[in-house]
Design a protein around this ligand. Structure first.
Ligand code: SF4
Length: 282
């Protein structure tokens, strides 16, 4: 089968850095925890767990040792809890996520009501909420109506949202009656690049595969975008999960992967797909 891989796919610098920091810490220390899964990829999590990384859902479950803060960051409350328990911190928060937190704080000190466009339940957004008092989350149009009573609004965005969604929400905001609006583009260029390469590719192929964790926000965004242009888009974690019968009748397959998908998962998928005889039903 003919296979085309998106020009930009797989690990981003933030995720690569978090994994490197985890591996380095594990090579030197024994009692190492990550607050939640270090990245949204079960293959990588499994590999790091076998090297000794313990996953803790809550800080209360950690009694000693080191805590790695993942690339999404941690809330201010979590950081103070970790400090209070005198645990060692290895901060792998992505610099671009830290930037969003700093901007939220700055907008607040400048007198703006801060609003972030994003998914309320996502850890990155949760971490940003702790950067300044009373930050609102804009998940959809309905949330904008609740902001009408404020005069000055400062708007930022979750790093992995799509530029299209950011623009749609800004267009809605512009139609309300804020006296002053300040918008800072906090989208991650790496995530945006992956999205535009994926969209370009999915339009040219018969069938499109998005590889990555089912809970990974940026991978899900890739799948959501590609589905609008190619109905035969499938989000899965690896080659083993693929129902091979869906390949018959398709000649060209496109592949992209989320920012937390390791290269070996992509290579394995590509290799198997290239070898697959889509004319011969077995
Ligand atoms: S997707 Fe962007 S913001 Fe998120 S970890 Fe990667 S580089 Fe950082």
């Amino acid at each position: 089968m003919k296979v085309i891989v998106a020009e930009s796919s797989g690990f981003c610098p933030g995720v690569r850095n978090a994994i490197n920091m985890a591996e380095k810490t594990l090579s030197k220390e024994e009692n190492v925890h990550s607050l939640g899964e270090i990245i949204h990829n079960k293959d990588v999590v499994k590999k790091l767990s076998s090297a000794g990384l313990k996953i803790a859902k809550k800080i209360n479950n950690i009694h000693s040792g080191t805590v790695i803060i993942r690339s999404h960051g941690a809330t201010a409350e979590q950081i103070s809890q970790i400090r209070h328990k005198k645990l060692k911190i290895v901060d792998a928060t992505c610099v671009l996520v830290k930037r969003v937190q700093k901007i939220a704080k700055l907008l607040h000190t400048q007198g703006y009501k801060v609003a972030i466009i994003g998914d309320k339940g996502h850890p990155e957004v949760q971490a940003v909420l702790g950067s300044a008092p009373d930050i609102s989350v804009i998940g959809d149009k309905k949330d904008i109506r609740k902001l009408n009573k404020f005069r000055k609004l400062g708007v930022i965005c979750q790093t992995t949202q799509s530029p299209e969604h950011f623009a749609q929400m800004l267009a809605e905001i512009a139609q309300t009656n804020f006296a002053e609006l300040k918008v800072i583009n906090t989208l991650c260029k790496e995530a945006v690049k992956r999205q535009s390469c994926a969209v370009q590719l999915c339009k040219k192929v018969d069938i499109m595969f998005i590889l990555g964790g089912l809970h990974s926000a940026n991978t899900r965004k890739l799948a959501e975008l590609c589905k609008t242009y190619n109905k035969k888009t499938f989000h899965l974690q690896n080659w083993k999960e693929l129902d091979k019968t869906i390949l018959f009748g398709n000649n060209i397959a496109g592949i992209t992967a989320g920012a937390s998908t390791p290269q070996w998962v992509i290579d394995d998928f590509v290799e198997n797909l290239r070898r697959f005889d889509n004319k011969k039903r077995k």
